[in-house]
Design a protein around this ligand. Sequence first.
Ligand code: PMP
Length: 304
Amino acid sequence: MSNTYWLNGKYIQKEEAYVSPLTHTLHYGLGAFEGVRSYASHDESSVSIFRLQEHTERLFESAKIINVDINHSMEEVMDAQLGVIEKSGLKDAYIRPLIYLNDERLGLDIDDMNSHLMISCWDWPSYFGAEALEAGIDVMVSSFTRQFPNSLMTKGKISGGYVNGVMAHDQAKRNGYQEAILLDTNGFVAEGSGQNIFLIKKGKLITPELTCCLNGITRRSVIKIAKDLDLDVLERQITRDELYTADELFFCGTAVEITPIKSVDKINVGSGHRGDITSKIQQTYLDAVRGKSDKYSDWLSKVK
Ligand code: PMP
């Protein structure tokens, strides 16, 4: 972990960043966060944050959804993310902005409580291990249902909502899988515990529409890349059995990047290996994040 934190407008050291056990967000989960990545350029000459503006916009939308103010401008919050990377000296890093309510008081009434914004970063090379990017992972369809949009909004990264994903992920691990796929309340595929999902059938990409999954920034990047590669992309409901009969399947997200899925419920996906279309999209994405492709250079914000 980095020693550099940005808290409410100031850079501080790790030791100054601890919170009380009576922190409101710790008890009730009313907070919101982002997950952002920085990457060294392919020639190691610079470091950039991937899609900083989109992540920061989503942070502000998450805050609006939970009715907690952010006491800083978008520009300040973007500068702070660039600043923690610069001060940490990290290159390939994961950045975590978190909005939370502190320990002024407990109880469910949040009227007039001050909001706090913390940003930190750390070295987080590969979510499922480097080999998973090529070999793929084994996943199960979870017995947990993705939260219904009217019980916990799905457009924000709301802290308490992640109990659902953590429990599904933990269940999958305890059962010998690496990750879970959650279905929505109607039994259609929603997403992974913390990643969106794409299915490939007869050369077309299919992904769930945005009713019950996060509007992932990697999902948006994949759709753009696929269209640029002249591939059709459909956003529609996906049934569980379509997972079993897909030619290729992959997860996408800031943390997992593009991770192939090699089996679902112990049924091989296609040949059980990373497919050609997944490989192409993955390579284009990894080139884009490292500034190897002029086409996507506006997705990168350079760290000083
Ligand atoms: N779904 C959920 C529930 C997530 O937590 C994430 C990670 N933010 C994603 C999808 C992928 O979103 P993104 O590509 O913006 O990281």
